[in-house]
Design a protein around this ligand. Sequence first.
Ligand code: SF4
Ligand code: MSK
Length: 658
Amino acid sequence: MADNEKEKKAQKQEKPRFTTVDAAILDLCNNVEIPEITCWDRTKKQSPRCSFGEKGICCRICSMGPCRVDESREKLKYGVCGVDSNTVAARNFIRMIAGGAAAHSDHARAGAETFLAAAKGEAPGYAIKDEQKLLQLAMDFDVSVGDRSVQDIAIEVGEKGMGIFGEQFGPIPLTKRAPLKRQKLWAEQGMLPRGVDREIVEIMHRTHIGVDMDPVNLMQQGSRAAIADGWGGSMLATELQDIMFGTPVPILGRSNLGVLEKEQVNIVIHGHEPSLSEMIVAVVQDPEMIERAKQKGAQGINLAGICCTANEILMRHGVPLAGNFLQQEMAIITGAVDAMVVDVQCLMGSLPRVAECFHTKVITTNYRAKIPGATHIQFEEHDAVETAKKIVRAAIDNFPNRKEVYIPDVECDLIGGFSHETINYLLGGMFRASYKPLNDNIINGRILGVAGVVGCNNVKCEHDAGHIDLVKELIANNVLVLQTGCSAVACAKAGLMLPEAAAKYAGPGLAEVCETVGIPPVLHMGSCVDNSRILMAATAMVKQGGLGDDISGLPVAGAAPEWMSEKAISIGHYFVASGVYTVFGTTWPTTGASELTDLLFNGYEEITGGKWDFALESNVQAQKMIDHIKKKREALGIEKARKRILYDMAMRRELDAG
Ligand code: SF4
Ligand code: MSK
């Protein structure tokens, strides 16, 4: 065997068990004997994977299959029913959009139910916290305001909100928030959405055997459903949550497993819906609960979060982030988590099995998401405080059952809470809130552009590295970064969400702006559904003026370097359908279908002004995003940084004479 081959083989064998750059996980695995129970262990056992599945060309829609289609092999060109790889991959792709849009929208529906119950006074503990936002939403829904009471308005807004999901004819109201040119384009392209329920049902119908076989036509429906998610379900979830729980403002937080407390009862909240976690935040401060914890030998109660429930309660209360998606098992492995309380989405089925090796109580709380082996305590919004108390009591009572505890001494501060409204105030000031300073700094070249870097962790790649490397490269090139989801948690842990990160990592122009305004170069905008905040920020930039008349003209780009969920595909596609260049990393689900991939990577630019792209390496993703931003700057005529020129009298006279 040649020397370099031997070297390669040795390197392959030496691949660490936990591929991560997270210092807390690395510390944990050096100090705790971890049984083979983690997602890293399972992913090894799943290899090698079916290449047809990876390329999006495995079809199991009917029982004549499963069919593996392969355009490069004559005998596998068509499935039994006669469809080719482009049809199969397009059907699979838009079914992913349907799954993602359904998750966001069902989250929104649960929020709307709680909102309506709260408005009617049937959900004690909940209130209307942001009246201004309620009035704004009332206007969007054509609800008359006049001299009606807040409660009356809220009830009608709640009822209309519930009605949006099943809206049969459309367009759904929040699409009217988009720039006019975008709305016109959607109408021309047949993409203006009806209610998301209808759009998802239509995807399932069209992708049934023997229905829609045209990839372009399938993608049009996929686009309509994705828009119904971004400008419907997701946006409604964000709006109603802000009205009920408060619109986030900048807040200090902490991140990583070091936020767990050895001497306190640790409750980790995990999932996506904030309705229950908001109540838990209140209940853990109850003196009766703190006293109970002390009676069990703890010094108090410590609350922390994983995934997007974490992001929700960080944004509004500063509750620390214990970690992102790939840290859920690791949190239990510290031995310090007395209860992991989960709601919906991104939960690993292994949690109760991992918990068995330690002492953690895994508590499911939503009838939609039960896990064999977990304890179920159903969350009732009509009796939310009592449900929260029951859960907190269960956690406290589990404290004496702890075995070995090892909490990595790794944590990092961050500033969260950058809602679209907050950015508006911070940039323009309370009395002249506007995006003008941002647009001006983009036009004068201090800021090259804006990037949304969002999405999951994926165990197929090095945990967190994709997010951190990409974001560092973007800010070094003066690109302001907006973040949500597990990507935001990754960058928070890396210290990128602190104002001092501007001087350390950002290019000189971006650093100057951040230092003047007092913001970090990377802004935490919330959870997965809060990607709608990024849509609103982009729309505000268009409406402010000076950067064209549509989102597709802005010097902006999006990325999800470590994506894994169907929600990420729905989010990515509503950004593409809204005119944004969007690059994904790790893996791409249509590589076995050349025409469909070409449509998504090239053709879509003609259709929506946005397009998909894929690159494995962070530096390539960054370069592609920067190239796109520069292309847009050139089209706007602002490709060169404009220096501020101070005119002297002679120059002024010359101007006047001209
Ligand atoms: Fe095969 Fe067609 Fe059935 Fe898919 S729908 S499994 S390609 S026969
Ligand atoms: S939690 S969807 S792993 S971002 Fe929103 Fe993280 Fe992705 Fe779940």
